[in-house]
Design a binder for this molecule. Structure first.
Ligand code: ADP
Length: 162
């Protein structure tokens, strides 16, 4: 990379954060000088954790990762990116289905705010992991311990404790 300091913002819902997200973060910080994980606060359909809880569980995970921080944001993501002086938006790709949506999103964000998006391809073993499925499986008592970090597994067990 050039000598320029590059700050990336990794926006998402992270309800909850998964091993797939964590993989994107830990690989992203090797490419960029700083990665800000940005947790959307806008109300979600089928929300399981509050934005504050999602930020808290991410904070527990990034404690040992220099250059990585987490914040919640309201409203338009590109406005938050500008406010943080982010150079790029970081997103992850799992499949062709992701590509369709992410392409539209990236083009919209570039058109609206002139900001570039950089994609990191999932590690094969995480390609099937999604927060939506984790919420569903965990709510039915399924074992998702190989899909989320240990602290998130604990949060999930507590949320669904009988
Ligand atoms: P959003 O609601 O904005 O899509 P998510 O929390 O679902 O937020 O995902 C945030 C980003 O992480 C998205 O770019 C998504 O494609 C990516 N992502 C999600 N799961 C994985 C995974 N298993 N591997 C790689 N990237 C992923």
């Amino acid at each position: 990379m050039s000598g320029k300091f590059v700050r990336a913002i990794f926006p998402g819902s992270f309800d909850p954060i998964t091993n797939g997200h964590l993989d994107v973060i830990s690989r992203g910080i090797k490419l960029f000088d700083e990665v800000i994980v940005a947790v959307g606060k806008s109300p979600l359909k089928n929300q399981l954790f509050s934005p504050e809880e999602r930020v808290e569980m991410i904070n527990e995970l990034i404690a040992g990762l220099p250059g990585v921080s987490v914040e919640g944001f309201d409203g338009l993501m590109v406005e938050f990116a500008k406010h943080k002086n982010a150079d790029v938006i970081l997103r992850g790709l799992r499949s062709l289905t992701d590509v369709h949506y992410e392409l539209e999103l990236a083009m919209t964000n570039r058109s609206v705010a002139g900001i570039e998006t950089v994609f990191i391809m999932t590690t094969e073993q995480y390609g099937f992991i999604s927060s939506t499925l984790i919420r569903q499986v965990a709510s039915l008592g399924g074992d998702i311990s190989n899909m989320v970090p240990a602290n998130v597994n604990k949060w999930l067990r507590e949320r669904f404790a009988p």
